[in-house]
Design a protein. Sequence first.
Length: 177
Amino acid sequence: MVEPRKKALVVYESYFGNTRKVAEAVGVGLKERFDVTVVDVLDAEPSPGEVGLLVVGGPIHAFSMSRAATREEAVKQARALGVPVVPHTLGVREWLEQLEPSTTHLPAAAFDTAVKVGWFTVGSAAGAELSTLKAKGYDAQVRPQHFHVKDVDGPLLAGELERATEWGRVLAETVGG
């Protein structure tokens, strides 16, 4: 009898569409070993349900995960640039606060999108995401990942979507066996 495929849930927060694109690319990489659902944080339930992997991603805002004030600023920036955005009343930070703890040490991973300054990334939403997941009993499977955008509104730097897909593949092999 063939075992059913494990499920993976990718939850993301995105304003300019770049983090959504990365989440979708990670999902493509995961599909080799998982049935994947990619969902905006606004539509995510506080329980991951029956999944074998939880992946969380959001943009770096003021060196970490977004907050109400930084989300308001992102909306202002988008409007000034003429980019239509839906204001977020909930971000990854708040969703993680509501997330049910894992009693089974569910495998988890985290990523963020960031403007690269010189040769380094300033801040880490992914590190904070992963710390929160660990505190809730989730098992970090790989180091958090940064995916880079050219400017606040993007676009993603060349090769980042391919790198996100490859990271999803590596994550699937690590978790999926």
